[in-house]
Design a protein. Structure first.
Length: 450
C-alpha cells in the first residue's frame, strides 16, 4: 500500500512539473522578439510614481502616465520657477544609457533650435533669434564638423525645416518662419542657398499678422508629399478662442499644398505643437506638444501623440480625458466627448520640443521606429523637470504609452541648469545629434556597445 501511494505521488509530481513547463512555454516571449525582451527589463514607474523631477531622471527609467493619474487642478500651487542658467561645470556631461557615447560636435552657436538632416547627410540647423539657417557636413576624426556654412540669413525667427520632394534629390528647402512659409531652391550638396527666398504663405503671428505668443512654426510633408503641415501655437496660455480674435487659426495644425495654398485646419485645440514628424510605419502625423500652465505642479501633462485629421485635443476649454479647465467652467459642454486623449502623456511643464522617429541601424535593433523627443525644461513647476531627451517606445508603429529617460544630466543638484535640449536629428550613419540652446552647442550621441 505504501509503495502504491509513493508511486501515485511521484506520478502527480511529474504531471505538475510537465504542466508548469507547458504553461511557461505558452506564456514565454518569442526569443526573436528582442524588442519585447529588452523593454521588459526596463523599470517602469506608473501612477503617482511616474511624476518626477530632473534630479531623479536617469537613462533607462521609464514612466507611464494616464488620464486617470491626473490630480485635481490646484491653481494656488502654480509657481514661476524658471531655470537658473549657469555655465557648464567642468565635470558635467550629458548622460546616456550604457553602450552609448556622447561627444560635443560643435559649440559657439547662437540660439540653435530645430535640426533636420538633408538626404545627402548634411545637417541643417535653425539659429532662430539671429534668423539664420546653418549647414554642418561630416564628422572629423576628433568628432567635429568637416564643413560649416550659413545657408540663409535675414529670416524671421526660422524654426521648421523641410526638404521637398522626398528622395535623394529635393528641389527646395522649406523654412517655417514665425510669420510665414518660405522656400529656397536647392540641389543636393548645396551649402548656400542658390536663390532668394520665395514667399509661399502667411502664418498667424509675427510681424505681418497678429504677433505674440508661441512663435515656433514647424513644417513637415505627408508621406506621399501631397500635404504640407504647419504647426502654429496659441497666442496665449488659456484665452477663450471664441472671444480673442488673435487666436484665429492658432493652437492648430494647418494644411497647405506644396505650393503654399491653404487647404484647411487639419487638427485643432493643440496648444503648441512645437515638433512635427511623420510616423514611418503608419504614415500618420505626430506632434510633440506644450500644454497649458497655471493649474498646478502636475497639470497639465505635455504630450506626444498622433494627430487625427479633424481631431480636437481640448485647448483651451478641456484637457485629456474630458477634464474641463476650471478657468472656462461650463463652456462648450458639447466638446467634452470629442476631446482626444494623447498617446503619450509626459510629465507636466517639460516643454516637449522637436520629435523624430529613429530609422537608422547604428543603435540596437529594438530602437528602430521608436520616437525621440527633446524636453527643453520646466518653468511653471516647483520641481524642475525635463532638461533631457526621451525615447518613445513603439510597437508596430503604435505608442505603448511609456516614455524613457535617454539623455539626462543637464542640471546640477542645487537647481542650476546648464543645458536645454531643443532639436534632434539622425545622422546618415544612424547616430543622433541634439541641439542645446543652454550651451549653444550640438551633442553627438553614438552607439559603441561598450
Amino acid at each position: 500500500m505504501v509503495r502504491f501511494l509513493r508511486s501515485q505521488i511521484l506520478i502527480c509530481m511529474i504531471f505538475c512539473l510537465v504542466s508548469i513547463g507547458a504553461s511557461a512555454a505558452r506564456h514565454s516571449k518569442d526569443p526573436k522578439d528582442s524588442k519585447s525582451d529588452t523593454q521588459s527589463t526596463n523599470r517602469v514607474l506608473t501612477g503617482q510614481n511616474a511624476f518626477t523631477d530632473a534630479a531623479h531622471e536617469s537613462p533607462g527609467t521609464r514612466r507611464h502616465l494616464t488620464a486617470n493619474d491626473l490630480p485635481a487642478p490646484k491653481q494656488d500651487e502654480s509657481v514661476d520657477n524658471g531655470p537658473s542658467m549657469i555655465p557648464k561645470p567642468a565635470d558635467a556631461w550629458p548622460k546616456a544609457p550604457a553602450g552609448f557615447k556622447v561627444e560635443q560636435y560643435t559649440t559657439g552657436l547662437d540660439n540653435p533650435r530645430l535640426m533636420r538632416t538633408a538626404p545627402n547627410g548634411d545637417i541643417f540647423v535653425a539659429e532662430s533669434q539671429p534668423g539664420k539657417i546653418l549647414v554642418f557636413r561630416g564628422v572629423t576624426p576628433d568628432g567635429k564638423p568637416q564643413q560649416t556654412s550659413v545657408f540663409a540669413e535675414g529670416l524671421h525667427q526660422p524654426f521648421g525645416i523641410a526638404f521637398y520632394p522626398s528622395g535623394p534629390n529635393p528641389k527646395y528647402v522649406y523654412i517655417g518662419d514665425t510669420d510665414g512659409i518660405v522656400r529656397f531652391p536647392y540641389q543636393s550638396g548645396d551649402l548656400k542657398a542658390r536663390g532668394a527666398a520665395e514667399d509661399l504663405a502667411e502664418l498667424p503671428g509675427g510681424g505681418r499678422l497678429r504677433g505674440g505668443g508661441h512663435w515656433t512654426r514647424d513644417l513637415v510633408f505627408s508621406k506621399d508629399g501631397t500635404k504640407l503641415f504647419a504647426s502654429v501655437g496659441s497666442h496665449s496660455n488659456i484665452d477663450d478662442a471664441d472671444t480673442h480674435p488673435e487666436e484665429f487659426h492658432r493652437a492648430d495644425v494647418l494644411q497647405f499644398t506644396p505650393e503654399g495654398k491653404f487647404v484647411k485646419v487639419y487638427a485643432w485645440g493643440i496648444r503648441n505643437c512645437v515638433g512635427e514628424a511623420i510616423n514611418p510605419i503608419t504614415g500618420e502625423l505626430w506632434c510633440s506638444t506644450n500644454e497649458r500652465d497655471g493649474l498646478g505642479n502636475n497639470l497639465v501633462p505635455d504630450y506626444v501623440t498622433h494627430i487625427q485629421e479633424g481631431g480636437f485635443y481640448g485647448w483651451p476649454w478641456w484637457y485629456m480625458g474630458g477634464h474641463q479647465d476650471p478657468r472656462h467652467n461650463g463652456k462648450h459642454p458639447e466638446l467634452q466627448s470629442k476631446v482626444i486623449t494623447p498617446d503619450i502623456l509626459m510629465n507636466p511643464h517639460m516643454a516637449s520640443l522637436e520629435l523624430l522617429f529613429y530609422q537608422g541601424s547604428q543603435f540596437p535593433a529594438e530602437f528602430k521606429n521608436d520616437g525621440f523627443a527633446c524636453e527643453h525644461g520646466s518653468w511653471n513647476r516647483a520641481q524642475r523637470s525635463g532638461y533631457e531627451v526621451v525615447r518613445l517606445p513603439m510597437k508596430n508603429g503604435r505608442a505603448t504609452g511609456e516614455y524613457e529617460d535617454f539623455l539626462t544630466g543637464f542640471t546640477v543638484g542645487d537647481g542650476g541648469v546648464w543645458g536645454r535640449p531643443v532639436g534632434i536629428t539622425e545622422g546618415k550613419d544612424g547616430s543622433l545629434f541634439v541641439s542645446d540652446d543652454g550651451t549653444n552647442s550640438i551633442w553627438h550621441v553614438i552607439y559603441t556597445g561598450k
